[in-house]
Write a protein that binds this ligand. Sequence first.
Ligand code: BDR
Ligand code: CA
Length: 310
Amino acid sequence: MATKIIIDTDPGIDDAIAICMAINSPSISVLGLTSVFGNTYGELTAYNALRLAELSDRTVIPVARGSDVPLFIPIQNLGTLVHGDDGMGNSNLPTPKGEFLSLSAAEFIAKTVHENPGEVTLLTLGPLTNLALALRIYPELSNQIKKVVIMGGVVAHPGNMTPVSEANIARDPHAAEIVFSSGLPIVLVGLDVTEKTIITNSLLQEVFKAKSPAVELLKKIIPAYQHFFAQYYSMNGSFFTHDPSAMAYIFRPNLFKTRKTSIFVETEGRCSGQTVADWNNKLEKRTAVEVCLKVNSRGVLDVLKNTLTT
Ligand code: BDR
Ligand code: CA
């Protein structure tokens, strides 16, 4: 049976790659996309989510708009330098035809999980605001969501927002702390593994030979992402595999080596957004998170290529 997932996302160029991997794969059933601010303003990520949902040629994928702002802190450090002002590499994409659901992202997550208890995996590719809101209103979700796979955080590697924080967690640390203390079964696909897997330009050119609306869209938006990584990381056409790695986990969890530990999120000061791994149980007990520490990068890139080209 296909894996039922909801993708909570702030598209975002790497979000778009991850979503394209899933939408036409028979082993995955995308029950919906929920949008959140992050890589750009919430209104723009929401419209990008609609655009991505419309690439599905198998089913109609509903899109619910989510939060435009973090829970408590002001909006800061959007990802427009990386993803362009529009979140899609300033690629001037046409207006999407579809409409948002009347439910908010948090309500959609809750309704879908209530209708499919124990069956829905939530893949989060942006700040955790929508999930935190859903948990605040419907705390029983922590027993009813099958698994939450989070692209975010970092435990033993430098951060990409600050020296110790990853962008998705840093943009709404209070939401992340609510999620990590909720008791949900969580897998953390953080920078510890996403920066170990590198998409090269030659792999991309292979992908770009495929003829599909999804690949046509990726061809338009990825050059801006390559440009950012060339300019700021001297990566010369290559880039890190953030959101696509979390999607690859959904397809093939065995590509990752994990270790369980409680995770605490700093919410204030210079270390705000840090995901602290309590390896030796020094802090209060909470449900352990499966933290990805090693990755079979070749395997992740194979999943990426196969899902985008077949
Ligand atoms: C994460 O932050 C966002 O900018 C990317 O889309 C990815 O989800 C990487 O830190
Ligand atoms: Ca993202």
